[in-house]
Ligand binder design. Structure first.
Ligand code: 4AD
Ligand code: MG
Length: 457
C-alpha cells in the first residue's frame, strides 16, 4: 500500500509492506546500512528509511544522492531514535530519477533567497519553499471555508476587462495578435477585436453586480497591476480576495475583515503547525507573538485625520512627508501598526481626492467611507470601502475625476434599479502569506513571481 510521508508519520500502528515515493534529502552510510531521509512534499518532515546493504549492491548506492527520486517498499516500524515515532525498514528500493551530485544545485546547505529565485523550478523542493507553498494552499482553502460557512457565494470575475476599477491607469493592455497583421501597423492600445482591453486590476465592480443580486459574495483570483515598482510588497500579478456585501456599511466591512484575518490566522496555526513552526524558529523570532496578538486583541480603528495627527506628533523622521491630503506610505503605515498601536489598525475616512471614484462620500462632503487595514511587517493588507449607492452623487464624482459615464452605464444601472448600501474590500493574498509566515519579500510567497525583470518561468 502506498502512503504519503504525512500518513506514514501519523500512522497508529506498525504496518507491513508499505510504499513511499519521494526525494532523498540526505543519505548517511554506516556499518552495512544507509540511512535515507525521504521527503515527498506532503509535510515538512522527512521519513527515515533504513536500507541494509544486503538489499542493494554497494555500486548502485552511489546513485542514491540528495535530490534523487526513489520508491521504497518496506515495513513501517517503531523508530528507536528520538523525535520521530516511525521509520521504514526497506526491503526493496527503486531509483526513479537520479540527481547527479556534481550538477544538482540543491545540496544540503543554506541557499540565499536571491539564489533560489533564479531556480524557481527547483526551489519548491527546499524546506522553506515547500512550507510556503503548503501554507499558500491551506490559506486559499481556508478562505473558501470561511466564506462558505457564512453563506457567501464564490463568484468569478473576468480577467479580461474593458474597465479600470481603480482609475489609476496601471493596466496591462491585451492585444489579439493576428500574425497576418504583425507586419502592418498595429495600434496596441486598441486591439481586442477593435476594442480596448486590459487585464483586470480588481474584480470589485463585477463583484458589486453579483452582490446586488445574491447578497454576499466573494471573488478570489489573479489581478494585475502595471506598476513598475520594485518593492518587496508589490507584484505585477498577485491574487486578491474580494468580498462584497449588500445591505452593509463601512462598520460591517471592517468587522468582516477583522473576523476573517483572525479566523485565518487561527486556521493556519492549527492546520500548518509544523510549517509555521519552521518560520517561527528560523526566519522570524517575533512571528508567534505577532500571530498571538492578532488572536487576542481587537484591532485599532482610527480615522485618517487622527492617523495624520499621530504621525505628525511622532518623533520619527520619515522619508516621505506627512500632511493631511497625502497618501500614507509604507513607512507611515508600519509606524502606526508596529510602533504606535503595536497591533493591526484600520484607518478609515480618507480624503476623497486620494481614493477611488466608487467610495461613498461622507456627510462632511470631503472624506469617503474608505478603510485600509494595516498590519505589522507588511503595512497595507486590506483596502476597502462602502460603495457610493446614490446615483446623483456617483455621477458627480465620476465627472469630477473625468470618467466616461457612458462606459460605466452598467455600473450606474446598479444605482438606477434597486440600489442598496453595500460594501466590500480587497485583501492581497501574497501579503497575507507574508504576514503569517514572516517572509519579507513578495517574490518568495508566490511560486512564479511576476515583477519587473522576472518572467522566466
Ligand atoms: O487597495 P487596493 O488597490 O483595492 C482595490 O483594488 C479594491 N478594488 C478592492 C476592493 O475593494 N474590492 O488593493 C487591495 C489589496 C491591497 O490592500 C494590497 O494588499 C493588495 O491588494 N495589493 C497588492 N498586492 C501585491 N502587489 C500589488 N501590486 C498590490 N496592489 C494591491
Ligand atoms: Mg489600497
Amino acid at each position: 500500500m502506498r502512503l504519503k510521508v504525512l500518513q506514514a508519520l501519523r500512522s497508529e500502528n506498525a504496518q507491513k509492506d508499505i510504499v513511499i515515493k519521494g526525494w532523498i534529502r540526505t543519505r548517511r552510510d554506516s556499518k552495512g546500512f544507509s540511512f535515507l531521509e525521504i521527503n515527498d512534499g506532503s509535510c515538512l518532515k522527512n521519513i527515515q528509511a533504513i536500507l541494509s546493504w544486503d538489499v542493494i549492491s554497494k555500486d548502485s548506492l552511489s546513485k542514491f544522492t540528495t535530490g534523487a527520486a526513489v520508491s521504497v517498499k518496506g515495513d513501517l516500524v517503531e523508530s528507536p531514535g528520538k523525535g520521530q515515532k516511525w521509520e521504514i525498514q526497506v526491503n526493496e528500493i527503486k531509483l526513479l530519477g537520479e540527481a547527479p551530485a556534481d550538477k544538482y544545485p540543491l545540496q544540503k546547505k543554506r541557499h540565499s533567497d536571491e539564489f533560489l529565485r533564479t531556480i524557481a523550478h527547483l526551489r519548491p523542493r527546499t524546506n522553506k519553499y515547500g512550507a510556503i507553498n503548503r501554507v499558500r494552499s491551506a490559506l486559499a482553502f481556508g478562505i473558501h471555508k470561511f466564506f462558505n460557512e457564512r453563506g457567501f457565494f464564490y463568484v468569478h470575475s473576468p480577467i479580461l476587462t474593458g474597465s479600470d476599477c481603480e482609475g489609476a491607469g496601471e493596466m496591462f493592455t491585451v492585444t489579439a495578435l493576428d500574425l497576418q497583421k504583425i507586419n502592418k501597423q498595429i495600434d496596441f492600445t486598441q486591439d481586442f477585436f477593435g476594442k480596448k482591453a486590459h487585464l483586470t486590476v480588481s474584480g470589485q465592480l463585477e463583484a458589486e453586480i453579483l452582490a446586488c443580486a445574491l447578497g454576499d459574495v466573494y471573488t478570489f483570483g489573479p489581478t494585475f497591476r502595471a506598476e513598475n515598482s520594485n518593492t518587496p510588497r508589490h507584484a505585477a500579478e498577485f491574487w486578491m480576495l474580494e468580498p462584497e456585501m449588500a445591505f452593509a456599511d463601512l462598520e460591517d466591512d471592517m468587522d468582516l475583515a477583522e473576523d476573517l484575518v483572525k479566523w485565518l490566522v487561527e486556521y493556519i496555526m492549527n492546520s500548518c503547525e509544523d510549517d509555521i513552526g519552521l518560520f517561527a524558529k528560523f526566519l522570524d523570532k517575533e512571528l508567534k507573538n505577532r500571530l498571538d496578538l492578532v488572536l487576542n486583541s481587537s484591532f485599532e480603528r482610527v480615522s485618517y485625520g487622527e492617523a495624520i495627527h499621530i504621525l505628525q506628533k511622532s518623533k520619527r523622521s520619515f522619508e516621505f512627508p506627512v500632511k493631511y491630503g497625502l497618501d500614507l506610505q509604507t513607512e507611515h503605515e508600519r509606524y502606526l501598526t508596529e510602533d504606535y498601536f503595536k497591533k493591526p489598525v484600520f484607518v478609515f475616512d480618507y480624503p476623497k481626492e486620494i481614493k477611488a471614484f466608487y467610495m461613498r462620500l461622507n456627510e462632511d462632503q470631503k472624506t469617503v467611507a474608505a478603510m485600509d487595514l494595516l498590519v505589522p511587517k507588511v503595512g497595507e493588507l486590506v483596502g476597502g470601502s462602502q460603495r457610493e449607492e446614490r446615483l446623483d452623487v456617483l455621477e458627480t464624482r465620476m465627472d469630477e475625476v473625468g470618467l466616461d459615464k457612458e462606459e460605466y452605464w452598467w455600473y450606474l444601472d446598479l444605482r438606477r434599479f434597486g440600489s442598496v448600501p453595500h460594501a466590500g474590500f480587497g485583501l492581497g493574498f501574497e501579503r497575507l502569506i507574508m504576514f503569517v509566515t514572516g517572509v519579507s519579500n513578495i517574490r518568495d510567497v508566490i511560486p512564479f513571481p511576476r515583477t519587473p525583470k522576472s518572467l522566466e518561468f
